[in-house]
Ligand binder design. Structure first.
Ligand SMILES: [Zn+2]
Length: 336
């Protein structure tokens, strides 16, 4: 076998599935209790990923029909993109948080909405003249995204049974509004999706459909996860790790530095979110429009946080929205 599956806990297996995008691998997890299995997240809908997944099932002797439960951390293509195929393959019941539902539809849209285009323009993102050049998630992901309708909606604090195992749902909004982590109290193991990654920080952004202050949600979710007694963290990207509190604090600190950096760039002059993003994020010479958009949304998340703190104000000009620092701030030295 090619080693795409390995045991990471008692009857818990990690499968790494290939992605055509960056990051290039997503980890999904199989959890077993007796004859019953659960799958956590799905990878993207590509031939290579599905073949890898099926080979991994064989290697751990899991017949597809033994997978009764499919838990998804959030709606993104690398986590929920093969949910329809794997529901058909296994007959599993699919679980997802209700706040993800409206976003599944948008993820498949191939025509940019006028609201989205107006939103990009007012925040200063240069848009190609031709509608063919307009970015939409549906065009970008295409057949890599095959979502299904969930059978059950997750709620914070729910307990889901997998055989005799208990799995507690921890709602961790921020990366997406309905992002959830899955905690196994008997093993002190938590599957964290994109919430708590060992090497990178997940994208946190404001879009035309909100939410208003996702960075505050995200920071609160980093505080929330620290309340749990955890010995092993199983992330969707990167290696498994132990100290969830240390990593959560690091991620919070990273955002406070970035808040300070963004605040500093608009001390003397009002700028659009796009202008600020181009100063802050280090891009190469070719900039795919999706990266520019992601950087702008991420910058907006920080700007909205600062506006809620009362240290930055929004200036609405004719066709542009700009931001300026109106009160001094010292975020870089924030602790806890
Ligand atoms: Zn994600």
């Amino acid at each position: 076998m090619d080693g795409k599956v390995r045991q990471v806990g008692p009857d818990i297996y990690q499968i790494y599935l290939p992605l055509p995008t960056r990051p290039s691998i997503v980890n999904v997890y199989l959890v077993r209790s007796g004859d019953e299995w659960a799958l956590i997240d799905t990878g993207m809908q590509s031939e290579e990923s599905i073949a890898t997944f099926k080979a991994a099932l064989q290697e751990v002797n899991c017949p597809p029909s033994a997978i009764r439960t499919l838990l998804c951390t959030h709606h993104h293509p690398d986590h929920f993109g093969t949910s329809r195929t794997y529901k058909d393959l296994t007959g599993a019941e699919v679980y997802l948080h209700p706040l993800e539902l409206p976003r599944i539809e948008r993820m498949q849209s191939t025509a940019p909405s006028p609201e989205a285009l107006a939103f990009f323009r007012t925040h200063g993102v240069p848009m190609p003249e031709s509608p063919d050049g307009h970015p939409t998630p549906g065009r970008y992901f295409g057949t890599l995204y095959a979502p299904t309708a969930p059978d059950h909606l997750l709620q914070d604090g729910d307990t889901i049974r997998i055989g005799t195992r208990e799995c507690v749902v921890i709602w961790t909004p921020g990366h997406t509004p309905g992002h959830c982590c899955f905690y196994f109290p008997q093993d002190k193991i938590v599957i964290v999706g994109d919430h708590l990654l060992p090497k990178i920080t997940p994208h946190v952004g404001v879009y035309y459909m909100g939410p208003e202050n996702p960075l505050l949600d995200f920071i609160r979710s980093q505080q929330k996860i620290q309340q749990f007694d955890v010995e092993l963290v199983l992330p969707a990207h990167g290696a498994i790790f132990k100290d969830h509190r240390y990593r959560a604090q690091q991620i919070i600190q990273h955002h406070y530095y970035r808040l300070q950096e963004i605040h500093d760039t608009i001390k003397n002059r009002a700028k659009t979110a796009y202008e600020i993003a181009m100063e802050i994020f280090d891009f190469g010479s070719d900039r795919p429009i999706f990266h520019m958009l992601a950087a702008t949304f991420e910058t907006l998340a920080h700007l909205h946080f600062l506006m809620h703190e009362g240290t930055v104000e929004k200036i609405e000009e004719k066709e542009r929205i700009k931001f300026i620092a109106t009160r001094p701030a010292s975020y870089a030295l924030h602790h806890r």
